[in-house]
Design a binder for this molecule. Structure first.
Ligand code: ZN
Length: 368
């Protein structure tokens, strides 16, 4: 049974390559940036070949940064779902959230790689007598290509060390704070720092009419907010099994029901997703999206059996809620909770998990 379906890739990626067995996806915004850089390079003094090398060099630097994260994560037994390349860097998605002690080294590995690369490149350029004073580096030429890639790595390393989540520096800060403070507080401080920095970047960007900075600010703000809610969810669900948060009062459909029956139930209840039963056993899950599609495609008299998902996500009641959280966090997602004898015990949706988080925050639910 597909108890642990592979997590979905981040939407918006246009191409995938595999390195060390890890899918590396190029986000469409990253491809747009490559085109922009290529365009920029061609209007300057670089030759086309050298422009291409410069872009490949930067791409490789960002990739090496992410691979360094994944290699250290693997050392701690944490696999990587995917690496996604965005314009202001890559994101490597771990299979499970690292513990603060592990995260310190995983986060540090990325920027450290860039700083080492920068040092190595600069040393190479210097020993070959080609080091150009930085003041004269305004226009990249073939002669300064290696130095430009070195400077790119220096910038990558330093920017990522800024102590604010979602930058690596923020994760380092969070890990260090977690040695003295509760994890939740450490995470909150690091995420706040990220939001504060994002607002600062945004203001400076607007004042200087530097829209790349505004764009970066937006990215950082979204990342910081996402991070803080993910951490909040992780902490509030720690120690709970999925059965503590599941819906137990819900309606089901029968195998022989029609799309019209399902539509009526959708209207009459506040439920969006319906388990489909055949006798005592669950044979599928009809989500609202599937129901709507079936209404359009098959009409009201078609059977729900033809529209339901037979490969629905399912969990045993003892599964930790932390593990389930990331799999039902997307709005509209739903999974079933079933015991070893395939008996349906409950449902878990993104809505009721967020309600559970509210109750936990209000301390109305306590771990046993
Ligand atoms: Zn990084």
């Amino acid at each position: 049974m597909p108890a642990d379906k592979q997590p979905k890739p981040i939407p918006g990626s246009v191409a995938t390559i595999r390195i060390l067995g890890i899918p590396v996806r190029l986000h469409f915004t990253f491809v747009l940036m490559l085109v922009y850089l290529l365009f920029l390079g061609m209007s300057q003094q670089q030759s086309r070949v050298s422009t291409a090398f410069y872009i490949v060099g930067l791409f490789a630097s960002v990739l090496l940064h992410e691979l360094a994260h994944t290699v250290v994560a693997r050392h701690y037994g944490i696999g990587t779902i995917e690496i996604v390349m965005f314009p202001i860097g890559g994101i490597s998605r771990p299979e499970r959230p690292p513990k603060p002690r592990e995260d310190l080294w995983i986060a540090l590995a990325g920027p450290l790689t860039n700083l080492l690369l920068a040092a190595a490149l600069l040393a190479w350029v210097a020993t070959h007598g080609g080091l150009v004073p930085f003041r004269q580096m305004q226009e990249p030429t073939d002669a300064t290509l290696a130095q430009w890639i070195a400077v790119g790595n220096l910038a990558l390393g330093l920017f990522n060390l800024v102590p604010a989540v979602p930058m690596d520096g923020g994760r380092i800060l969070r890990s260090l704070l977690a040695r003295r403070k509760p994890e939740e507080e450490a995470a909150r401080i690091a995420a706040r720092a990220g939001q504060f920095l994002a607002v600062l970047f945004g203001l400076v960007g607007l004042l200087w009419s530097n829209f790349i900075l505004v764009f970066v600010a937006l990215f950082v703000y979204l990342g910081a907010s996402q991070e803080s809610s993910a951490v909040r969810g992780r902490i509030l669900t720690a120690g709970f099994p999925v059965s503590a948060a599941m819906l137990t009062d819900f309606r089901v459909l029968r195998h022989g029901d029609t799309i019209r029956d399902a539509g009526n139930l959708l209207l009459a209840t506040s439920q969006h997703d319906f388990p489909v039963m055949h006798g005592d056993s669950v044979v599928g899950l009809l989500t609202r999206r599937r129901l709507v599609r079936a209404m359009m495609r098959d009409g009201a008299e078609a059977y729900v059996a033809g529209a339901m998902d037979r490969e629905f996500p399912r969990f045993s009641p003892e599964t930790s809620l932390q593990d389930v959280l990331s799999k039902v966090s997307a709005p509209g997602s739903c999974a079933l909770v079933m015991d070893a004898d395939d008996q349906l015990l409950g449902m878990v949706t993104s809505e009721n998990v967020s309600e559970f988080l509210l109750l936990r925050q209000a301390k109305m639910v306590q771990p046993e």
